[in-house]
Design a binder for this molecule. Structure first.
Ligand code: GAL
Length: 446
């Protein structure tokens, strides 16, 4: 039985309706892997189409990596897999929608229906443990970690996030930084602007961009995680790393007066953003920055992977800085792959996890993905200047877990928090958001 309480626990009807709508919006069904891949990048769709036609030696990998950078990185890892397993056909079962908004709904349906993929993308932390491990849906990988020596090359922080009752449950492939600001270099240079270090500086820069007729801040909304994502950086800036992290341990903290400050900040920041955000994805928002139509966007460093996939170079076409007010803090999240119980091609899945955990796999994937390797022994020379700076920041900054990307809190809270912020992105009603956030905190104890 799937542990549905964690997933839907205490959720509102609105939450359910949104989840069902999200599921309806995707072409995938539990058995329809070709449909699942139909939303993928063309190369992936071709792979899937050929694989779906066979019943032979297969490997179905489920993820939401369909945009430039993330899809490119995945293809690199597939190449490594194919070199080592030339007879296995890979089914690239992607469901588009940033942060897995759609994919996670489809995955629940498949897992409930006893149709797991061979391996699936899952965030290390609460998303893995609270949703799947507690529900007894995953195979432990502790022995696998020992055999592969992975327990020796992954940071303790990560190992803790994938361990439950002494057993390890997934293979982290990367570490992303959530709290990043990306800006158009030419626009900033021509206007004599520097990336804002504080929230107040953000407003000054935004005014200067506005005066030039450029949208100051590009924000998406189509994938239903973009405003929640922006808000987690604002929460981090407002509360600081310790109190931000405590928010998800102590539900009463949501009534802290600083929450009001954070909401006011979000409201003011959104007043500088594009109003068509509900129809734009995070990647569309990044593209606005690349095109110089918007000055800045606040997004995880998969945006770096996206820019690279468009042929852009850091510090040439675009610049980067920590999100305002979060210098010295690294808000982290990690993508990992697990082994669901009942994986149809278990041996092939284990071979996949071997690639995902290997130095070769991670060094092929991460330079394109825009993330740093989960392994501590990766070849730094393969990483560009942004990623090298991120490797250093991860080692020296204060760390804080991302809430939107599964590290800080359970999925039921995340859904309620996400809904509250998405409603706000449209109606900008401060009172409703304040109350919805307090209500969402009740999910933390479910
Ligand atoms: C995150 C995920 C990243 C990236 C991003 C946008 O949740 O960890 O790898 O894919 O969503 O889709």
């Amino acid at each position: 039985m799937l542990h549905t309480k964690k997933w839907f626990g205490g959720s509102t009807l609105l939450t359910l309706a949104l989840l069902i709508l999200a599921a309806c919006g995707t072409p995938a069904t539990p058995t329809d892997t070709s449909g699942a891949a139909a939303s993928a990048a063309p190369a992936s769709a071709a792979l899937a189409a050929s694989a779906a036609a066979t019943t032979g030696n297969k490997l179905e990998i489920f993820s939401w990596w369909t945009n430039g950078g993330e899809a490119t990185g995945l293809e690199e890892m597939f190449k490594v897999y194919k070199q080592q397993n030339p007879d296995v056909e890979i089914i690239n079962a992607t469901v588009s929608g940033g942060a897995g908004t759609n994919a996670k709904t489809v995955l629940v349906t498949r897992m409930q229906g006893g149709q797991p993929p061979d391996s699936f993308q899952v965030h290390a932390g609460q998303e893995l443990i609270g949703t799947w491990v507690v529900a007894d849906k995953m195979e432990p990988l502790t022995q696998f970690f020992k055999d592969e020596g992975l327990d020796k090359v992954m940071p303790k922080l990560l190992l803790d996030q994938i361990t439950y009752n002494g057993e390890i449950y997934s293979v982290p492939v990367n570490i992303h930084r959530s709290n990043m600001l990306w800006y158009n270099k030419k626009v900033f240079d021509e206007a004599g602007l520097q990336p804002p270090k504080t929230i107040d500086e953000f407003y000054t820069v935004a005014e200067a961009l506005k005066a030039k007729g450029i949208t100051p801040l590009a924000v998406g909304g189509k994938d239903k995680f973009e405003t929640p994502h922006l808000f987690e950086s604002i929460l981090l800036a407002t509360f600081g790393p310790q109190d931000y992290t405590n928010l998800f341990q102590d539900p009463t903290a949501f009534a802290d007066p600083r929450m009001g400050t954070a909401i006011e900040t979000l409201s003011r920041m959104l007043s500088y953003a594009n109003t068509d955000r509900s129809s734009l994805s995070w990647a569309d928002a990044a593209q606005l920055v690349l095109d110089g139509k918007a000055g800045m966007t606040i997004m995880g460093d998969w945006a770096h992977g996206y820019f690279l996939s468009k042929g852009a170079t850091p510090n040439v076409e675009y610049g980067y800085a920590p999100a305002p007010g979060t210098d010295g803090i690294f808000m982290w999240l990690s993508d990992s792959f697990g082994l669901p119980k009942g994986a149809p091609d278990r041996e092939n899945a284990l071979a996949w996890l071997r690639v995902a955990g290997s130095k070769e796999g991670q060094d092929a994937f991460n330079p394109k993905k825009g993330s740093i390797p989960a392994r501590t022994d990766a070849d730094k020379s393969l990483y560009d200047e942004y990623l090298q700076s991120s490797i250093d920041a991860f080692a020296t900054n204060t760390l804080a877990p991302s809430v939107v990307h599964g590290a800080a809190a359970n999925e039921a809270f995340m859904t309620a928090y996400g809904n509250a912020l998405n409603v706000f992105s449209a109606d900008l009603d401060i009172e409703t958001l304040t109350q919805s956030l307090v209500d969402s905190a009740a999910e933390l104890t479910q």
